[in-house]
Design a protein around this ligand. Structure first.
Ligand code: IVH
Length: 694
C-alpha cells in the first residue's frame, strides 16, 4: 500500500470511495448480520487510513465518509424540532380476542367482509427516531419528544453506523424515515460490565441504555456506544413511491436501511395468531428486546381512509406480550383521596422485581374489589405489571395467610379531612364529601391544574404543590398568579426593612435562580388556550379530548360558561362524544358557587384565547355542524364522520337550527325532511366528499 503522502488526488478519490464502501460493509456485517467479518485491528486500520487521507485532502471528505460518524459538535442543550407530521403512538391490546376486535373494527369502518392484509412487525423496545433526507442526503434527526416537538439529535444519529448518510439516486427529494433506536442485549451487557469495572452508573435495561446513549449533548459519547436501528415507517415524503407497508420495507432495504427480517404480511386472523405465537417463542433468543407485535393495515390507501383517532392511528395496534407477574406481601393498605374525592385503596408492597421494574405499590381499585378478592393486610399476593399501567393485585394466596388476619375494613370517613365518605347508589366509588375543604382534594386539583396538558407550569411539581399548600402559600389555583407579588423584595433590593413577603428563595431546596424560573414559568401562562383552560378546571369526566371538543364547539370560554350557567344543554349533548351523564357533570360543575368564584378569581389574571380551528380553515366544513342521514354508498358512517371531523366539522346526531349541513344518502327519512323544514343546506355524498379535499 502506498504512503498517504505519495497518493495523487485521483488515487485519493478512488481510495476514499473504496474505504467508505469497505467500512460500511464491515459495519453492516457486524450490526445487521451479527457476524463481524474483520478483526477489530483490521477495522481500526481502515478507519485510520481513511482519516489520514482526509487530513491530507480535506476537500475530498465524502458525504458518506465514515469519519462523519465520530460526533464532533458538542451542544449545551438540545434544540427543538417540530415534526411536520406528528409522531403518534399506538393503542395497546393484550389478547388475541382484542386483536380480533381491532380487525373487525377496521373491516366495519371500511365496510369490508373479506380479509384485509396486515403487516405484523416485532415491537422493538427502544426509542423512536425520525431521520430527514433532502435530495438523498441526511440533514436532520429528532427524537419523538411529545409527538409534536422532538429534540434535535442530528449529530448523535450521524454516529449510528447503520443509518445511511446518503441514499441512492431515485429516492424522493424529501424523505423522512422513522424507526427505533435500540441497544442489542450483548452490547447492553458489555456496556454495563464496562461501567461496573469503572464504578460508573449501571443501566437498568437495554431501553434505558439506548435512551441514555442517544440523548447525549456530546455525540462522541453516542459514537462510543453500540446502538442499532430498525426502520419501520415514514413521516414527510415529497413523493410516496410505495402503496403498501411491504413495498415500503422493500424500498427501505434497497436504500440501505436495516429492516427487521421478522416483519411479515398476515392474510388472516389465523396468520396473525400463528405469527404472534412464533414471535413469543423466539423472543428470549432474539439479540434485542421486544415487547409485542405491531399490526398495520398493509395497504396505504386503506390506512389513509382509516385515518387517526386523537393520538393513535385507526389502522395499527400493538399486541403486547402478557403482563409479568411476581409474588410478594402486602405491608399496608392505604386510602388515597383523589381530585374528585374518590377514595382509592392502594397496597404498599414489600418491594419486588416484576419483569425488570421494582414494584412497591399496587392499586386495589375500590371497596368491592377488596371484598371480592378478600385482600387483607399481610397477605401474600400475585402482582402483575403490564405496559405502563399501574401494577395490580391479581390474586391472593390464601394458603399462605396468617391465622390471625382480618378482613380489611374500608373507611366510611375520609382519612384526610374526617368528612363523611359516601357511596351513591349504583356507584362503585366511595367519595369524600369535604369538597375543597378536604386538603387532599384541594391538592389534587392544584396538581391537575398545573399538569402537562393543563397549565403546564414547570417548577410546580407534586411535592412543591403539597408543601406550598401545607404552608398556605397556594390554596387555590388563582393564588399561583399572585405568588410573585407576594414573594416580596429580593435580597438584592436596598430596602428590605419591614418586608414580610414569602421569600421563597430562602426555602429549603430553593434559590434565587429556581424562584426566578418559577415566576417566569407562571408569567408565561397569563395567556392560555381554551382547551387547556377547560381541561385545567378539573370538571369530572372531562379529559383533554373532551376539553378540545368543548373548545371546538363553543369557540370561547364566555360562550361555554353562559350556556352552562343557563343550563342550556341542546348544543352540548348534540356534540358527538359527550353523553348525557357527562353533560350533567359539566352543567353541575359550572353551577357550583365555589367553581364560579374560582373561575372569576382566575380570570383576573388569566386571558383565555378563543379557539380558532385553523387546521382546515379552507374547507367549507370548517367550524360547521354536520348531520348524516340515509345510506352512504362510498363511505361507511364511521369513515364519513371521521372525515368531517378531519376537516374541522362537528358531527351531530340530530337536525336542529344549529345544523349547517345535512349530508343525505339513499333512503333518507325524517332528518332530511326536518332539514327541508328548517331550511338547512343539504349535500349529496359526492358533494360532501368533494368538500373534503385539500
Ligand atoms: S409504528 C403511527 N412500528 O412503539 C405508528 N412503532 O407505541 C407509529 N415501536 O412510538 C409507530 N416497534 O417507538 C411502529 N414496528 C414498529 C415499532 C414501533 C416499536 C414503538 C415506537 C412507537 C411506539 C408506539
Amino acid at each position: 500500500m502506498k504512503n498517504v503522502q505519495d497518493l495523487s488526488r485521483e488515487e485519493a478519490i478512488a481510495e476514499l470511495a473504496a474505504l467508505a464502501q469497505k467500512i460500511a460493509a464491515a459495519d453492516n456485517a457486524y450490526y445487521q448480520n451479527d457476524a463481524p467479518d474483520l478483526t477489530d485491528a483490521d477495522y481500526d486500520a481502515l478507519k485510520h487510513r481513511n482519516t489520514a487521507i482526509e487530513t491530507r485532502f480535506p476537500d475530498l471528505v465524502r458525504e458518506d465518509s465514515p469519519s462523519l460518524r465520530v460526533g464532533s459538535v458538542v451542544q449545551s442543550k438540545f434544540n427543538k424540532i417540530e415534526h411536520r407530521f406528528p409522531m403518534l403512538s399506538l393503542g395497546d391490546v393484550f389478547s388475541i380476542e382484542e386483536v380480533d376486535d381491532f380487525v373487525l373494527g377496521v373491516k366495519r369502518f371500511l365496510n369490508r367482509t373479506e380479509d384485509i392484509d396486515f403487516m405484523a412487525e416485532p415491537k422493538i423496545d427502544g426509542l423512536s427516531f425520525a431521520a430527514r433526507y433532502e435530495k438523498g442526503v441526511f440533514v436532520s434527526g429528532a427524537t419523538r419528544g411529545d409527538g409534536i416537538v422532538g429534540e434535535d439529535i442530528t449529530e448523535n444519529l450521524k454516529t449510528l453506523k447503520q443509518l445511511p448518510l446518503t441514499l441512492p439516486s431515485g429516492v424522493p427529494d424529501v424523505l423522512e424515515v422513522r424507526g427505533e433506536v435500540y441497544m442489542a442485549k450483548r452490547d447492553f451487557m458489555a456496556l454495563n460490565e464496562h461501567n461496573a469495572a469503572e464504578k460508573k452508573k449501571l443501566f437498568a435495561n437495554p431501553r434505558n441504555a439506548a435512551a441514555g446513549s442517544l440523548r447525549q449533548l456530546n455525540p462522541r459519547i453516542t459514537a462510543e456506544r453500540k446502538l442499532s436501528i430498525w426502520a419501520y415507517t415514514w413521516g414527510e415524503v415529497s413523493e410516496r413511491q410505495w402503496s403498501t407497508q411491504a413495498e415500503f420495507f422493500d424500498k427501505l432495504a434497497l436504500w440501505g436501511f436495516p429492516v427487521n427480517p421478522l416483519n411479515k404480511v398476515c392474510h388472516s386472523l389465523r396468520d396473525i395468531e400463528e405469527n404472534f405465537k412464533h414471535i413469543a417463542e423466539i423472543r428470549a433468543d432474539l439479540p434485542y428486546d421486544i415487547d409485542g407485535v405491531v399490526y398495520k393495515v398493509n395497504s396505504i390507501e386503506l390506512q389513509n381512509r382509516l385515518g387517526f383517532l386523537t393520538r393513535t392511528p385507526r389502522w395499527a395496534i400493538a399486541h403486547k406480550f402478557p403482563a409479568e407477574q411476581a409474588l410478594t406481601r402486602i405491608e399496608n393498605i392505604r386510602i388515597q383521596v383523589g381530585r374528585t374525592g374518590a377514595l382509592t385503596p392502594v397496597a404498599d408492597l414489600e418491594p419486588i422485581n416484576v419483569g425488570g421494574v421494582l414494584v412497591s405499590h399496587a392499586t386495589l381499585h375500590n371497596e368491592d374489589e377488596i371484598k371480592r378478592k378478600d385482600i387483607r393486610i399481610g397477605d401474600m399476593v400475585i402482582v402483575q405489571r403490564a405496559g405502563d399501567v399501574i401494577p395490580q393485585v391479581v390474586a391472593v394466596r390464601t394458603d399462605k395467610r396468617c391465622a390471625d388476619s382480618k378482613p380489611f375494613d374500608f373507611p366510611h370517613i375520609c382519612p384526610e379531612c374526617g368528612a363523611h365518605a359516601i357511596r351513591e347508589e349504583n356507584e362503585a366509588i366511595r367519595r369524600c364529601t369535604g369538597g375543597l375543604t378536604c386538603p387532599a382534594q384541594a391538592k389534587e386539583r392544584l396538581k391537575h391544574f398545573v399538569s402537562k396538558d393543563a397549565f403546564d407550569i414547570i417548577g410546580l411539581g407534586d411535592k412543591v404543590i403539597e408543601a406550598f399548600y401545607d404552608d398556605g402559600i397556594i390554596r387555590h389555583p388563582a393564588d399561583i398568579f399572585t405568588i410573585e407579588e407576594r414573594n416580596g423584595r429580593t435580597e438584592n433590593d436596598l430596602f428590605t426593612f419591614g418586608d414580610e413577603g414569602l421569600h421563597l428563595e430562602h426555602r429549603n431546596g430553593w434559590g434565587k435562580l429556581s424562584v426566578d424560573n418559577l415566576f417566569k414559568a407562571i408569567r408565561a401562562r397569563h395567556i392560555i388556550s381554551l382547551p387547556r383552560f377547560v381541561y385545567a378546571l378539573g370538571i369530572p369526566q372531562v379529559g383533554s379530548a373532551t376539553a378540545l371538543l368543548l373548545a371546538q364547539n363553543y369557540g370561547s370560554f364566555d360562550a361555554l360558561q353562559a350556556d352552562m350557567m343557563a343550563r342550556e344543554t341542546a348544543k352540548l349533548v348534540a356534540i358527538d362524544g359527550i353523553g348525557g351523564e357527562m353533560g350533567k357533570d359539566i352543567v353541575e360543575f359550572f353551577n357550583e358557587q365555589h367553581n364560579i368564584d374560582e373561575i372569576a378569581a382566575l380570570r383576573k389574571f388569566v386571558n383565555i384565547e378563543n379557539y380558532i380551528d385553523d387546521r382546515r380553515k379552507d374547507s367549507i366544513l370548517s367550524g360547521k355542524t354536520v348531520v348524516f342521514t340515509g345510506t352512504l354508498e362510498k363511505l361507511t358512517r364511521a369513515e364519513a364522520k371521521a372525515l368531517a371531523q378531519k376537516f374541522g366539522a362537528k358531527v351531530a346526531g340530530s337536525v336542529s337550527s344549529h345544523t349547517d349541513y345535512v349530508v343525505v344518502g339513499a333512503d333518507a327519512g325524517s332528518k332530511a325532511k326536518k332539514a327541508a323544514e328548517l331550511g338547512v343546506k343539504t349535500l349529496s355524498e359526492d358533494e360532501f366528499i368533494n368538500n373534503c379535499k385539500g
